[in-house]
Design a protein around this ligand. Structure first.
Ligand SMILES: [Zn+2]
Length: 279
């Protein structure tokens, strides 16, 4: 299932999204042959990137990057305003041993970086140290520290499927006391965490039905959904343009057996150029 389903609770006091991107993520993994643990972490990054981008207004590219000193050293996903997602992971095969279910064992110490690139605007960037036991812990910490927005996230994986539900408090809601707000937040957060895997991965329940089951007493309103899909934005002309800008002596250094081979780290596409291409 590939869906971004936005919703709102308690008359707009809280908003959230139900996210699943099974097809898009499996296409993203094609041609890479990632070990299962790398696939699992990259899936988490993809869902978090979709969830975070769904909560902001932007016109460009949102990216989420994780850098660490563990066996998995880079996880990167970006998503465009029209929900095209791509991503890749860098890892050290030799060090990928054991369970690695704890973020510290898999990624080690490091950082999570958020950025939004928009045409004609200064890029927005945020950074937070990897915290807690998981990437979702880190995202929650980021919102708590930098934006002071209460955030809760449920992210579950089951074989090749993954589901995420994010819930956030809207900061500017008026006409309600802080105490009342905190009580309501506690309630919806408990309800969110009560969701069962059997519901999340049910073939019979739609996202709307899952959300209504959880939040029917909290004035839930659901909005029209969006569909995330996989797409890499690399293309031969872009690579060619980059190589053409180099001086001919710089380019000469790149030839091997009369060819320059450049690859895209996102989709693993190989582009081959010969000297004739630059004449
Ligand atoms: Zn590509």
């Amino acid at each position: 299932m590939d869906i971004i389903k936005p919703f709102m609770l308690e008359d707009g006091l809280f908003r959230g999204s139900f996210i699943s991107a099974d097809d898009a993520i499996s296409k993203m993994m094609e041609n890479h042959n990632y070990p299962p643990v790398v696939q699992s972490y990259l899936t988490q990054v993809a869902l978090l990137a979709i969830a975070l981008s769904a909560g902001i207004k932007y016109n460009g590219v949102f990216s989420l990057q994780i850098k660490g000193n563990g066996p998995i050293s880079t996880l990167f996903c970006d998503i465009t305003t029209d929900y095209k997602i791509r991503g890749y992971a860098v890892y050290d095969k030799e060090r990928l041993t054991g369970e690695l279910s704890n973020m510290n064992d898999a990624i080690g110490h490091g950082q999570m970086l958020f950025s939004v690139a928009q045409i004609g605007q200064e890029p927005y960037q945020g950074v937070v140290a990897l915290t807690g036991n998981s990437l979702t812990d880190t995202v929650k910490e980021y919102f708590k520290l930098s934006e002071q927005i209460a955030t809760d996230i449920v992210l579950r994986q089951n074989k090749n499927e993954a589901r995420l539900i994010i819930l956030q408090q809207m900061p500017d809601k008026q006409g309600i006391s802080a105490e009342e707000k905190a009580d309501l937040w506690e309630t919806v957060s408990i309800l969110l965490n009560s969701v069962k895997d059997i519901e999340l991965f049910s073939e019979k329940l739609t996202p709307d039905e899952i959300l209504f089951r959880l939040f029917h007493a909290n004035g839930i309103t659901v909005f029209p959904d969006n569909i995330p899909s996989y797409e890499c934005r690399c293309y031969r002309d872009k690579m060619f343009g980059f190589l053409k800008k180099l001086s001919s002596s710089e380019r000469e250094e790149l030839y091997q057996d009369g060819k320059i081979t450049t690859g895209c780290q996102f989709c693993n596409e190989q582009y081959i150029f010969t000297r004739e291409d630059f004449e």
